[in-house]
Design a protein around this ligand. Structure first.
Ligand code: FES
Length: 78
């Protein structure tokens, strides 16, 4: 599923980067360009990070189990 529409970054790509050692939001921005354009994907990116086990102190989101990240357009509709 595409998380960052502006940069066409999927949750799979974010998880692959985390598996390769990326463990901060800033590093993900540098590596993948997420949240660098409109910025509407930031919360979804942080959700994926939290679900991938990145510490809340680094990604800013408490880890939740089995919660699929909402896309920014889904958040507006809710
Ligand atoms: S959706 Fe990620 S920067 Fe716009």
């Amino acid at each position: 599923m595409i998380v960052c529409v502006c940069k066409s970054v999927s949750d799979r790509k974010i998880r692959a980067s985390i598996a390769e050692g990326v463990d901060t939001f800033d590093e993900l921005q540098f590596e993948l360009g997420v949240a660098m354009c409109c910025g509407k994907c930031e919360e979804s990116v942080r959700d994926v990070m939290a679900q991938s086990g990145v510490c809340a102190s680094q990604c800013g989101v408490e880890q939740r189990e089995h919660v699929a990240p909402l896309m920014f357009y889904e958040r507006k509709a809710a």
